[in-house]
Design a binder for this molecule. Structure first.
Ligand code: F6R
Ligand code: MG
Ligand code: MG
Length: 365
């Protein structure tokens, strides 16, 4: 097959079981039914409905390109159908991420998170779909840098002539509504200056120097769409692997270090990102700590062969243990920074209301 296929991953939280920690099986069932109908109609080639915590993840292949109205509408309607079930069962926060009243062409800006890429299938096409809960898209900055620019993580950058030229990082300034392309290794230090500020600068796409897509992440921030705190964004990331791109093991390696991300309880705390098998993606302790799962697929003529549960490996036990240690340590800080986020990060929570209420009681010291 030489024609391009599109891999679309679209996600939303449309109701939690119980609270914000998981999704009811009946909601998953109705979503699968909807996508199966679309597959039978020939709209999509293949699909998987997964979940990470309370986030429903629609993984779809098709030939309609990125930003296809038909595919986005299918995702929106699937979330609506799951919301109906969530409402019947009085699930918590039914339909919470569907911020618009009606679908209008593209789900971006309407609440759901989107990561899509188009490519011509290689002789063998291994991809990983990473899905996180209780955190925001900036959580991918550190692992993506390590995967595509750090030779201490990715041996291929040194050893594989096909990777030796490095990669192009597309970085989005989510507050400035602009983006910039930066090349590694040449502009590595410039890149780090931006992406170290995870709340504002987020890696959206990564390309080879020949322009081939290698990674795509969701960068939608719900609070910026809604103008107030409405739940964390709980991002997704697609990474293509092998044969001139990072090996599967190189793409997973950064997650052996549970780095600190923002999210966790009320989206207002720093905590470690814990890599877990699919069945363990149920963030319950203090609504967390933040989770990440990794679903591996071989794509064969658009068919999604998988998923393989890639963090279901005792080699990640240490990261999980470390995440618990870091979680314990941070939790003792209670409402104090740096466990609780700084004021800038709380601008879309209840903090502005509190400040307004107490404003008149402030006096010069
Ligand atoms: C984090 C998250 C939860 C809720 C928390 C309070 O992303 O969704 O931690 O913020 O459970 O939820 P409400 O305000 O709905 O009671
Ligand atoms: Mg939720
Ligand atoms: Mg969530």
């Amino acid at each position: 097959m030489s024609e391009k296929i599109t891999l679309s991953v679209i996600k939303a939280d449309v109701g939690g079981f119980v609270g914000h920690c998981a999704i009811h099986p009946d909601m998953m069932e109705v979503a699968r039914k909807r996508l199966k109908e679309a597959q039978d109609r020939g709209v999509i080639i293949d699909f998987h409905v997964m979940r990470c915590g309370d986030d429903m993840e629609l993984i779809m292949t098709h030939k309609k390109g990125a930003d296809s109205e038909e595919i986005h509408k299918l995702a929106w309607n699937t979330f609506l159908a799951a919301t109906e079930v969530a409402k019947e069962l009085k699930m918590y926060g039914a339909g919470q991420d569907l911020l618009a009243d009606a679908f209008s062409g593209n789900v971006k800006g309407m609440g759901p998170g989107v990561a899509e890429m188009e490519f011509v299938e290689r002789k063998s096409e291994p991809v990983i779909v990473f899905m996180a809960d209780k955190t925001s898209p900036g959580a991918w900055n550190l692992p993506l840098f390590k995967i595509f620019a750090d030779p201490f993580n990715t041996a291929g950058l040194v050893i594989d002539p096909a990777m030796h030229d490095g990669f192009i990082f597309e970085v989005v300034d989510v507050y400035g509504h602009r983006k910039i392309n930066l090349n590694t290794p040449e502009e590595m230090y410039d890149l780090l200056m931006f992406i170290g500020t995870m709340r504002q600068y987020m890696i959206r796409r990564i390309y080879t120097k020949k322009g081939e897509i290698a990674a795509a992440a969701s960068t939608q921030k719900l609070s910026l769409i809604a103008g107030k705190y409405v739940g964390k964004d709980d991002p997704i990331l697609i990474v293509r692997c092998q044969a001139g791109l990072p090996a599967v093991g190189e793409a997973l390696e950064p997650f052996s270090f549970p780095h600190i991300v923002e999210g966790w309880m009320r989206g207002s705390h720093h905590g470690p990102l814990m890599p877990v098998p699919f069945e363990k993606a149920n963030p319950t302790r203090f609504d967390g700590p933040p989770r990440v799962i990794a679903a591996g697929f071989q794509i064969a003529n658009g068919r999604l062969i998988g998923p393989r549960d890639l963090f279901d490996d005792p080699a990640f036990d240490y990261a999980r243990q470390k995440a618990n240690e870091i979680g314990n340590y941070l939790r003792v800080h209670g409402p104090f920074e740096p466990h609780r986020l700084g004021l800038d990060d709380l601008e879309y929570t209840t903090m502005p209301q509190l400040m307004k209420r107490l404003e008149s009681r402030f006096e010069p010291e």
